[in-house]
Design a protein around this ligand. Structure first.
Ligand SMILES: [Zn+2]
Length: 63
């Protein structure tokens, strides 16, 4: 799965999604609601992908 950590120093938002597409959808919503950016530029999206998103192992064997 994929993990997003907001790059803003004043924002501690962190969430995960099963796919990168799903995560980007949540990220888009987040920047609109929290950062008042209704239409992120391509460079912002590229920055977020490069710096705020990482793929993580979904090894949840609890239970
Ligand atoms: Zn944020």
């Amino acid at each position: 799965m994929y993990e997003f950590r907001c790059g803003s120093p004043v924002c501690k938002t962190h969430f995960t999604a099963p796919t990168e597409d799903a995560l980007m959808g949540q990220v888009a919503e987040h920047v609109v609601v929290k950062h008042k950016i209704p239409a992120p530029t391509k460079s912002l999206v590229a920055f977020v992908k490069a710096n705020c998103i990482s793929q993580v192992q979904s090894t949840t064997k609890a239970g």
